[in-house]
Write a protein that binds this ligand. Structure first.
Ligand code: FAD
Length: 424
């Protein structure tokens, strides 16, 4: 399993990226007794991990590209409140990724992807628990379930394959209809007539504070955080000697690339051409809302998630293909507010500016909805841990455990070959 020959010893491990994945990974590496340095160019937890919907749902094993997704795209694009938008100038750059995305969505493909994601998302609440417990702030995460709601039977039936994939992978759910749904979640409009409860799911009440709290504990436990941009790797042959950063060389004998949507050039420097792109997403957050659901709710008809946060009610979602450079299109966030009012009739028709904040972030997305977890081609000392797309918060802790297994020479707890960097 281990090819570097240094695996049993305490190593200096540099983790690039201080998002959910990097911070969880750095924490598990520290538990194994390594000397760990976390390299972050911006603020800890301020990338995609800042503004997501905060859901830890084992039920999120359903890939983004499904049989029939392509046929729905024109309708999505024509609807201003639809879940998808494309900056047309970005289309030529995106085209190869899109081709792979469409090809991934076969019956056999989605079955294999859901099977691969199941152990990574298994008990995602429980995977985070040792980290928040160690930091003394268990209240940062909750396990109250996750509820998907539908406006029509036709919308529900449209997701039939997704439910089949969950059933095939032993993911529990329960269907609630009309009165049962409205009593279970009184904040939801009676225009929604079908609900599906995923009782094993949890959420965080603040994704950014979750990542920062775990990072602060990592420091208290002896981990180091360096504020710098990683640029590449110093090697002697296949042996890593350090990470090159804007602030100079950081000596290391192992490294982890967990730079989210920005990981592609770092992997390219190690000979791996990885089709990583970004699905940009948005949120609106209403401070002090008039109504608050008891648990996160997926509007499965409009495709966005509303989560009760400690800072208010967050509506998060949408997919925008526009790359890493284009400025945000804040109307995408404003639509989420319109959709949120449709879901929760108790919300006010207007809010003063200071009560509503908006955010855009870069999901690190692979065309087959599977992350990249495995060793770099040019050096077994470098492990990749990026590309978690829509499920990076939920799967961060288990990814961290898996990377720690790899660098310790332990066999990972589940099959990671579907996540191989060389699968394309
Ligand atoms: C609207 C929306 C809702 C979402 N909802 C959910 C959800 O409910 N549940 C869920 O599981 N997931 C959700 N996600 C997805 C989730 O947010 C991401 O998958 C996850 O945050 C990715 O974490 P990461 O650590 O890989 O990346 P990031 O959080 O982006 O962290 C990467 C870090 O690397 C740093 N970095 C980049 N390049 C360098 C470099 N060269 N040197 C040093 N540092 C570098 C960046 O500054 C950044 O801090 C959602 C995403 C969006 C956009």
């Amino acid at each position: 399993m281990v090819t570097s020959g240094k695996a049993d010893k305490k190593r200096t491990v540099a983790v690039i990226g201080g998002g959910a994945v990097g911070v969880a990974t750095a924490s598990f590496l520290l538990r194994d007794g390594h000397d760990v340095v976390l390299i972050e160019r911006g603020g800890i937890g301020e990338g995609a991990s800042f503004g997501n919907a905060g859901v830890f749902a084992p039920s999120s094993v359903v890939p983004m590209s499904m049989p029939g997704t392509l046929a729905k795209v024109p309708g999505y694009l024509l609807d201003p409140l639809g879940p998808l938008s494309i900056r047309w100038s970005y289309l030529p750059t995106l085209a190869p990724w899109l081709v792979r995305f469409v090809r991934a969505g076969t019956q056999a493909g989605v079955r294999a992807q859901a099977r691969a994601l199941t152990p990574l998302l298994h008990d995602s609440y429980g995977a985070w628990l040792p980290l928040v417990r160690n930091a003394g702030d268990e209240a940062l995460i909750r396990r109250d379930g996750f509820l998907a709601v539908y406006r029509s039977q036709a919308d529900f039936e449209g997701d039939a394959l997704g439910y089949r994939l969950r059933r095939d992978n032993d993911i529990a759910f329960e269907v609630l209809r009309e009165d049962e749904l409205w009593q279970f979640e009184p904040s939801v409009s009676h225009d929604y007539t079908i609900g599906v409860l995923f009782p094993q799911a949890g959420n965080t009440v603040n994704p950014n504070r979750l990542v920062r709290t775990v990072a602060e504990q990592f420091q208290r436990d002896g981990g180091r955080i360096v504020a710098a941009q990683a640029r590449g790797f110093a090697r002697q042959g296949t042996t890593l000697t350090g990470v090159e950063t804007a602030a100079g060389l950081i000596p290391a004998d192992a490294a982890v690339v967990a730079a989210g949507a920005h990981s592609r050039p770092l992997a390219a420097g190690l000979g791996d051409s990885i089709p990583l792109d970004t699905e940009r997403g948005y949120h609106v957050l209403i401070a002090d809302p008039e109504t608050l659901p008891r648990r996160p709710i997926l509007d499965a008809s409009a495709k966005f998630v509303s989560t009760p946060m400690e800072t208010g009610l967050r509506m998060a979602g949408t997919v925008e293909f526009a790359g890493l450079e284009a400025p945000p299109n804040w109307t995408r966030a404003d639509y989420l507010l319109t959709l949120g009012r449709r879901l929760f009739p108790g919300l006010a028709p207007d809010y003063p500016q200071e009560r509503v904040s908006r955010w855009m972030g870069f999901r690190p997305s692979m065309p087959d909805s599977l992350p990249v977890i495995g060793r770099a081609s040019a050096s077994p000392d470098v492990v990749y841990a990026f590309g978690h797309g829509h499920v990076g918060l939920a799967s961060a802790a288990r990814t961290g455990m898996t990377v720690a297994d790899l660098l310790a020479g332990r066999p990972p707890a589940f099959d990671i070959t579907p996540f191989a960097p060389t699968r394309f």
